[in-house]
Design a protein around this ligand. Sequence first.
Ligand code: NDP
Length: 327
Amino acid sequence: MEIRVLRGADVHDLLPMAECVDLMHRTMSAVSEGRVVLPLRSILVMPGDQGMMGNMPGYLGEPECFGIKLVSLMPRNKPPQYSSHLGLVLLFEIEHGQPVAIVDAAAITAIRTAAASGLATRLLAKPDASDLALLGAGEQASSHLDAMLSVRKLRRIRVWARDSSKAAAFAQTEGARHGVTIEVAQTPREAVLRADIICTVTKAREPILLGEWLEPGVHLNVVGSSIASAAEIDTPAVVKSRFFVDYRGSTINEGGEYLTALRAGAITSDHILAEIGEVANGSKVGRESPRDVTLYKSLGIAPQDLASAHYVLQKARAAGVGQIIDL
Ligand code: NDP
């Protein structure tokens, strides 16, 4: 039994952002059309706040395969030496159920998460959206910058981080990488002033973004808070948004901002207008007016990982990339 092992660098080479955004279009449509099997992920919480392990299994109908992403989230790890999500995507073929690939999960997670936000932005942001605010300056901020640049022509970019020296380092490194100027904002409020697109990509557990700051027409990708007890944006921000999600089942189970607003009686379950796959396949309407505030709540789902791993595996086989192990 031959298994191909693909490192993070292989994933970055073989999964360009623009291709992954298109892949997420197909994948999220398949999710919303029920062409996947997607159990809710389970989280193992280790004692003493040491960390967590996420177990994310799934089956894809097209390309047909199944597998699991196993990731650790260790709060004491310091980026950039350690990614926020460390682990493996294990991919199996469907005919005999043999494992065919072991893929670095950190790279897959970094790219597919931002690509899904890229899809949401392509579908929901104003066509002429050109002013981006990034809240957070870590790995997801970097991959979200790639994704936003791949779906909109950006004329102005600002980054805010709680440590402004990290925001400045991000602005310098990422600005040079993309050949763009990135301004450093001193506060989240300053960052989002006049923004057309806002990405929240922090580990904040309490809101860093308030609804009263949101201007008509803005699109938000709310990504960092991916457990039920965390909320990067406040309830007024949820209330004033046309609210779209990656997967309803995840949102009602672990969407921190949604659950907080629901418990407060500020919204009902009807507040979730659609999954992004329903907007992608044209069965639900996204933005209705240039003044709408649109919001994509990202929690991350296994089909995104499996589709990405499968895509990378096909390209790796064709290019002879990766290490083969024989079990
Ligand atoms: P990084 O560790 O690379 O970056 C985290 C960023 O959040 C840093 O800028 C950090 O600042 C900042 N931050 C940490 N705590 C706070 C706080 N209390 N208030 C404000 N800013 C804070 O992580 P990633 O970029 O990889 O991930 C960012 C978030 O996205 C994580 O919460 C992660 O779990 C989530 N995520 C969500 C996914 C999804 O599918 N929705 C997938 C992958 C990640 P500093 O450097 O000062 O600590």
